[in-house]
Design a protein around this ligand. Sequence first.
Ligand code: SAH
Ligand code: SF4
Ligand code: F3S
Length: 462
Amino acid sequence: MSMTETPEGPRKTVYIETYGCQMNVSDSELMYGSLAAHGYTPVEAPDGADVILVNTCAIRENAETRVIGRLGELKRFMKADTIVGVTGCMAQRLGPRLLDQAKHVSLVVGPDGYRSLPQLLDGARSGERFSATDFDLEEHYEDVVARRFEGVKAWIPVQRGCNYRCTYCIVPYTRGAERSRKLDDVVRETHDVVAQGLSEIVLLGQTVNSYNDGTHDFADLLRAVAAVDGIRRVRYTSPHPNDFSDRVIAAMAEVPEVCEHVHLPMQSGSTSMLKRMLRRYSREDYLASVERLRNAIPGLALTTDIIVGFPGETDAEFEDTLSLCREVRFNDAFMFKFSMREGTPAERMPAEWTVPDAVVTERFDRLLATVRGISRENNMTRLGARVEVLVEKVARDGTLLQARSRDFKTVMVPAESAKIGDYLTVELTGTTGATFTGTPVRDRAPLPMASPMASPMVSTTA
Ligand code: SAH
Ligand code: SF4
Ligand code: F3S
């Protein structure tokens, strides 16, 4: 993309590089939208951009190390008047410390400060350097129209912040207290998403199933967004195991658009460890949530997050994590080595609780092998099944298309069989263990009886 002329002169260009979770991806879409409304043109590369923003994550130390390295690299793309800003969770966490550390950075803006970006950029242009990290519990950016880049699905934030205080986690400090958007605002955005030709939405929040706007809970929200004409798939991430009320489970079970997949972070399979993590559930409570979900939703796929090497982790506690994985038989898991974050309660735990790196690595590798093994076995049993997939993008190898089943499996389909944005019915013909290959069995999937589609799919590319 190049600079475009307007009557007021050339439009300035802005490039945003995004790290971290979907919440950050969604925030970048809001920043692009807000800046576009203030005369900026989004561009896809940093080279020569007038404004470069790095939207950062602070969840683990290596996420931050990467950003520090990247900030150095970005210098070579800067023109004399390029403004570099750091946004997101690391900006919130470090504030002015980042300005001291990186002299070519003129702006540091936390997740609740994006509304003032256009003014802050004007200030930076006249040589000022700012750190804006106040929380704003009212801020949902309702008047900002997100500029979406994802081709077929829309991230919709429904809740910001987090009221849990898991002892390892930096998020409550970088995102502030939990607050929910009004249901009507989320529904309005869902209509906008359909008008843009998208039919899948992913509702976002740190403990998204605790959503409550004062009048409506998450069950109401699921029902309301699924009822929007043209919405064919509804997903959400991440729920907390304690916030699955019967109402929420019933909504999942009864609303056909809500996909049969839950990402249910477990963190550990040991009750004593979960207590040190302040997760507020036991191994048995977690299993009970799994059982309630599985009983209500046939064919439910479960994925999870697991931390290895949290302070004080004993061999027995780690074995409990392995055995819970075997018991639940997750379809997949994100696994992390514990990373100590400044200012979290874990920092105040006794130094002798620190698990040596070699032990962490050995446990991590064993967990990885266990999870992958189960996932492979699960996937083998699915061969021959017919599933509906939505084609998301061109696969990395460039010849196949990458599609996604309702239960979140990645399925590669031949490029000539479809285009991005199509729904297909495929037979699962092969698996690498992690992903599938699929052969289309009909041109288009029949419309689900319970959810007539209002508008034909529009194919879009990112
Ligand atoms: N709100 C979500 C998690 C957001 S962070 C939830 O409660 O499920 C995503 C994942 O990062 C967490 O589930 C956890 O597994 C991992 N994580 C968070 N803090 C971490 C830390 N200090 N070290 C290692 N992994 C961490
Ligand atoms: Fe972090 Fe726990 Fe909140 Fe998730 S629920 S964001 S892990 S404090
Ligand atoms: Fe990272 Fe912030 Fe998300 S710390 S995981 S970008 S909420």
